[in-house]
Write a protein that binds this ligand. Sequence first.
Ligand code: HEM
Length: 409
Amino acid sequence: MTEATIYQQILDYSNRADPYPLYAELRRTPVARQEDGVYVVSGYREIVALLHDPRVSSDPRNIPEIAAADAAAEETPEFPASFIRLDPPDHDRLRAMVMRHFGPPCSPGRVDGMTNRIMEIITGLIDDFAGKSQVDIVEDFAYPMPVTVICELLGVPREDEPLFHQWSQAIIETTDPTTGSIVERDRRSTQIRAELAEYLKGLLDVHRQQPGDDLVSALVTDPAVDMSQDELLTTAVTLLVAGHETTVNLITNGVLTLLRHPDVLERLRHEPDLIIGTVEELLRYEPPVQLIGLRRSALADIDIAGTTIPKGSVISLALAAGSRDAARFRDPDRFDPDRQDNQHLGFGSGIHYCFGAPLARLETQLALREIARRLVNPRLVSDPPPYRPNPGLRGPRHLAVEFDDIIPA
Ligand code: HEM
């Protein structure tokens, strides 16, 4: 049997708890061709260059296997991709219209205006820890908070969560490069997104007739938003899924990292403003999105780091490896909340830079600040904790934490 390559070892579940030594080995060849023809990119400079290169497409239809399967199929599942999987000009057109209602200059209050409500949700969840000596940070805190926030922001009923949670999990699974072929994953993703969209369709009608204060109501009633029904639906699907599967992992990775660095946890209790640098450093040091795997492709031959990525190749960008590149970050394996010039890749870079970054930052800053302030003598029950299977969107499945008491809000 041939020995597993570094990339195969990274994908292997046994290395999920600590892939970072493997990323260091991977970076020795910053652009590395795999046996299956995928180009894995792990150097900071190379990742940034490709994220800004118009010859790199995010549209799966440009991947030759997917294009060939589409051409050969009698019937292909029909549901359009959202802007995360589109290239300009469609990407820019759709992103700009949605942004009108999410952030400055048109909607500066959409995210900031939620600060008090986010604090209220966090306070309620931590209040519920009272009388317990142990909680699961994932189930009892890091999952319910962002889910409630994204539901309220979009105008999706929170009580429907058990319904869309299944779809959301299934969509995330299709991003896992270890689960089936690229064509199978693409098909499954389209099918599940279409199912979730079917559920959201009814909601769009409700918001058209009785608009609320939420983002979906704003999108369906704004005459300047020139989007088809399917474009609206696919956008809502993406925001719902992206808005609740990533922040969970950042908060959980944050609690884990702070408990492994008690000096930083102690400082946070006295220097609440340190939370800003702490969350940025978490996005560099323990980012939820480790790989943007297997959806980008080369539209032309691309010369980079002494290698030519041939036209049509699939490109997997190891963001987490880039954010620990010693050529860009001093002492990259040290968790340093005082780090200056922290241009990490936690939210990507270039035209697809994370749309929800201001919301994710706000939620995580408030959540970790309150955990640091209110839990008395918190400690990990097991280290490392059990991880979810996905190597690309990585985070603990559970995080058991013991504590002595809760400080009142
Ligand atoms: C800690 C939490 C989050 C992390 C680590 C994260 C990370 C990322 C990354 C790395 C990308 C780039 C993907 C690529 O280049 O292909 C991205 C894009 C995106 N994110 Fe996030 N995200 C987070 C939270 C959110 C939230 C809360 C929302 C929604 C409210 C959101 C919505 C999006 C969207 C729509 C895109 C696509 C942007 C585009 O294609 O122009 N994300 N995110």
